[in-house]
Write a protein that binds this ligand. Sequence first.
Ligand SMILES: *Cc1c(COP(=O)(O)O)cnc(C)c1O
Length: 397
Amino acid sequence: MAHEINRDRGISTIPPRILMGPGPSMAHPRVLQAMMQNMIGYLDPDFITVMDDVVSMLKKVFGTTQNTLAISGTGSAGMESGLSSLLEPGDRVIMCVYGFFCERMVDMAERIGAEVIPIRADWGKPFPEELLEKALRTHTDVKMVTAIHGETSTGVSQPLEALSALAKQSETLFMVDTVTTLGGNEVTVDRWEIDYAYSASQKCLGAPPGMAPVAFSDKSLNRIRDRDTKPSSWYLDLNLLSKYWGEERVYHHTAPVSMLLGLREALSIVLDEGLKERYERHKKNARALVQGLQALGLKTVAPEESRLDQITPVWIPEGVDDDLVRGLLLEEDSIEIGKGLGDFAGRVWRIGLMGESSKKEYVLMLLSAMERILPRAGYEVAVGEAVSAASRVYSED
Ligand SMILES: *Cc1c(COP(=O)(O)O)cnc(C)c1O
């Protein structure tokens, strides 16, 4: 029973789950093993090696030769570190807003006391670059432009090059959320001229939640060092953090040792697989899933040409009980899928295929479970068709 602590084997246990929501996704067994090692000091030379490994592997994954480190905290800590380190009270920031997490960025920037100019566009479609162009013509002295690469609430993939080019023309910093995309989609910080990108360990990197890898340009670092005021957050001050992660090794806070051991293992698994191969895997599994869902008569929120491979939001059919279906999937098949957020609450399911969760067997298991469960929620389906449609994608080559 869920509320009883199970101490059969001496430790309190939790049931195994197949995680197919918006994160956390499955953690690679090697990552979990790496985290079970003995404790070590955060300035121990052997731990410094771990940190250096994380920095150099993050550079490869983020596509940058500039600066990387991992913040203690989840993806939102990466978001908050960027905003609070790069913006001073009163600074003008233009935020491209097209989903739930974009709104979270707006909320954070307002709390920092920045002058926020949110440019809102429709959820479920890519953000039109003309809106940013117009905003940059209207407002002068803009310090930063923000965008999200993969809006997990809508499942839309946002092209970044045009937005970045506009930010550069106006000589403003460009900050991007790559929480859902890093490790599952191409992210190239240097080529796309991103000044600050942040991600999270638990989505496409195959580690548990708890670390926020970030990449930032030399220009950003100079901007932080030239600030007139100290950043509102001491814990997330990117300048102080970079002094601990850099050569000076100035103590800041106790590094979450086990989490960093896990992240190092996760990054080495990502690079062993190969970035291109990893992106291809995400693409293929997403295609099989979508074919299967379409065979069930379900419709994806994002249009085909801008669909994310890591998360597939689908509209819940008319009259079908959201909680009932998700509850049965969890209870009978141990599969977790995500519910809708914000404007999409109660209207969509979000199916994640991120990192270790992006596997053929999970796609087929979920589709087969849906074929069995949906009719019990009053939605008739032709049993076997979804699984066949997905299988066809896998037998293509
Ligand atoms: C999950 C997510 C976040 C929040 O990350 P946490 O790790 O939950 O703090 C931010 N942005 C996007 C796009 C996400 O998908």
